[in-house]
Structures are given as structure tokens and as C-alpha cells.
Design a protein around this ligand. Structure first.
Ligand code: CDP
Length: 203
């Protein structure tokens, strides 16, 4: 079996950027599991029933630039509390994690629920203010009509819901390495993540 790297953390902590860089460094495939929940959330915003939407999700549903909006992020975190929605997405994530060539999965529950036996687990975090500022700049660059205050409120609301739900709440696995990126540049965070993981993953 290949190596599996689990990268979890709250909204806009830098998981996506770090995961892509880690996957490229080790030559592993990368799955942003947030996209699965965002795709279900987007379908619900268009009138679908959440569990049916999760059960019928197709790979092409993930290739949609509109999944990155703040409204879809909120819808994702609302459908993510539903046990049947999470259950419908488990097999796909575990099959991806077992790829022979190695896999990096990022999300909220990869190290705790989806891949408790992952080779290496990283929990990427940062203060809510720093995360909101990063997300604000990201959304602004995509010409979204948002304010800093609204983005901070959204991030806090989503954290609250993700941490306090009964199904697979957001929390570091007991054996996860914690990486706080509040004071780090993008390059610094990537370098540190690769250094930590390299102690464990030696392809
Ligand atoms: O990019 P960002 O960190 O803002 O969010 P995301 O990773 O795309 O996830 C969107 C939402 O999906 C989260 O707020 C969670 O509620 C949910 N999610 C989850 O419950 N479990 C995962 N493994 C990934 C995402």
C-alpha cells in the first residue's frame, strides 16, 4: 500500500496550498475533500435534497469554479453535519487514500475518521483573524463582493459549526503534528510542513 498523508484544519488555514505542495514534493495524488462537501452544498443551494445529492455525486461535479464562493462554503458546512451525507462520501475518500502511488487528503476529519491509520497527520491552523484576512484577499482577487467583517464572521461561524457537530467534528488527531501558520509566510509554511512529514514519510 502507498503512503497516505492526512492534512486537517479549520477554514482558510492554508491546508489547500500546503497539501498541493506536499503532494507535488512527494509525487503523490491530492484530494481536497472540502470540494466534495462544497459540491453537495452547491446542489442543495440549487434545490437538491442533501443526502440524495451526496449519494449521486459525480467526479465532474467537483470541477466547478463556483464551488469557491462564500455562500457555497456555508452551504457545505451545513450539509457536513448530516451523518448520511458524510457516510455517502467515505468510500470515495478511502479508495483515493489507498492509491498505490501515495495520496494526500486535506479536510476536517481525515486523520480522525477517514484515515485513522494515515502514515503522517498534520493539523494546520492559524488565528481566526489571520485566516479571515487570507480568505478575504483570495475572494477579493476573484472579484467577489465581500467585506473583511463578513469574511471573519463567516469563518468563525463555520469553525463553530465544524468543531461542535456530533459527526466527525473538526479536531486534531491525537497523533497529529500541529502546524500554526499565523506567523509564517506561504513558503515558510510549506517548508516546515515538508520537513515535518519527511521525518515520517521516506519513499
Ligand atoms: O477551504 P476551506 O478550508 O474554507 O473549506 P473546505 O475545506 O472547502 O470545506 C468546506 C466545508 O466542508 C467545511 O467548513 C466543513 O464543514 C466541510 N468539510 C468537512 O466537514 N469534512 C471535510 N473532510 C472537508 C470539509
Amino acid at each position: 500500500m502507498g503512503f497516505t498523508i492526512a492534512i486537517d484544519g479549520p477554514a482558510a488555514a492554508g491546508k489547500g496550498t500546503i497539501s498541493k505542495a506536499v503532494a507535488a514534493h512527494f509525487g503523490f495524488a491530492h484530494l481536497d475533500t472540502g470540494l466534495l462537501y462544497r459540491a453537495v452544498g452547491a446542489k442543495v443551494l440549487n434545490g437538491a435534497e442533501p443526502v440524495a445529492a451526496a449519494r449521486t455525486l459525480q467526479a465532474e461535479d467537483l470541477n466547478n469554479a463556483s464551488l469557491r464562493t462564500a455562500d457555497v462554503a456555508q452551504a457545505a458546512s451545513r450539509v457536513a453535519v448530516i451523518a448520511e451525507v458524510r457516510e455517502a462520501l467515505v468510500d470515495f475518500q478511502r479508495a483515493f487514500a489507498r492509491r498505490a502511488g501515495g495520496a494526500v487528503l486535506d479536510g476536517r476529519d481525515i486523520g480522525t475518521v477517514i484515515c485513522p491509520d494515515a502514515t503522517a497527520k498534520l493539523f494546520v491552523t492559524a488565528s481566526a483573524e489571520v485566516r479571515a484576512e487570507r480568505r478575504f484577499l483570495e475572494l477579493e482577487a476573484r472579484a467577489a463582493d465581500v467585506s473583511r467583517e463578513q469574511v471573519l464572521a463567516d469563518v468563525k461561524e463555520r469553525d463553530e459549526r465544524d468543531m461542535n457537530r456530533s459527526e466527525a467534528p473538526l479536531k486534531p488527531a491525537a497523533d497529529a503534528i500541529i502546524l500554526d501558520t499565523s506567523e509564517l509566510t506561504v513558503d515558510g509554511a510549506i517548508t516546515q510542513a515538508i520537513a515535518e512529514i519527511s521525518r515520517i514519510v521516506k519513499p
